[in-house]
Design a protein around this ligand. Structure first.
Ligand SMILES: *Cc1c(COP(=O)(O)O)cnc(C)c1O
Length: 229
């Protein structure tokens, strides 16, 4: 069995075990394979095993892979910090974006989404730790950003994303993901299109799933350690 096949099966098993432990239904979490810094060949290998959703952090790298793998039926998610001069490439090439955190990006993505493509699926990135150097809006800004996305015909509001600072203890991981899940429930009550809670990475997917995440974003556990990580 290839390394990537074994890692893929192990990751799917981790997710299903976490769902059982959380008392949640099987297959109620989507796996987003984070392919940043990995060659298109690694994406193609995983696609052949049945993986459909891939996440990229860097616009030019992501667009190049999307073009190279155009013959495969994949869904591409942009999950990295967004510079406003890169919104056009995101709007033209990706299916989802998880990292929208300010009004200017919403206006630009809506204006730049091609009319021959379905609306772009948008998640608001929330900064739960108040870390100034990190992307993500303050939780208090969620309603205003959500309303603006809802009023944008070329965008569909799907939910929230967060990248909490790493916490070693399970109780601390659960606490921050539960805080996020509370914001998600508030948002879902106000906006019926909301269904995506994107949280959990290779080191903390179990806690994220216990708190209700339904998209986990996994790189290292699938592809091995990144050279530059
Ligand atoms: C790199 C990255 C991931 C994947 O992290 P791993 O620890 O490698 O699983 C998930 N989400 C975002 C936003 C990332 O940048």
């Amino acid at each position: 069995m290839s390394t990537i096949k074994a890692a893929y099966q192990a990751t799917l098993e981790r997710i299903e075990t976490a769902l059982v432990d959380a008392g949640r239904p099987p297959e109620s979490v989507h796996l987003l394979a984070v392919s940043k810094t990995r060659p298109a060949q690694a994406v193609a290998e995983l696609a052949q095993l049945g993986q459909r959703a891939f996440g990229e952090n860097y616009v030019s790298e992501g667009v190049a892979k999307i073009e190279e793998l155009n013959h495969l039926d994949l869904d591409w998610h942009f999950i990295g910090p967004i510079q406003s001069n890169k919104t056009r490439a995101i709007a033209e090439s990706f299916d989802w974006v998880h990292s929208v955190d300010r009004k200017k990006l919403i206006t630009r993505l809506n204006d730049q989404r091609p009319t021959d493509r379905p609306p772009l699926n948008v998640l608001i990135q929330v900064n739960l730790d108040g870390e100034v150097q990190k992307a993500g809006c303050d939780p208090s800004e969620i309603p205003e950003l959500a309303n603006l996305i809802d009023q944008s015909p070329r965008l569909t509001l799907r939910g929230l994303m967060a990248i909490p600072a790493p916490r070693a203890e399970w109780a601390e991981q659960i606490e921050v993901f539960n805080t996020l899940a509370g914001h998600f429930e508030d948002l879902r009550r106000a906006h019926p299109s909301v269904d995506a809670l994107s949280a959990g990475m290779s080191d903390d997917l179990e806690a994220a799933i216990a708190a209700g995440a339904n998209w986990v974003r996994i790189g290292t556990a699938l592809f091995g350690a990144r050279a530059s990580a």
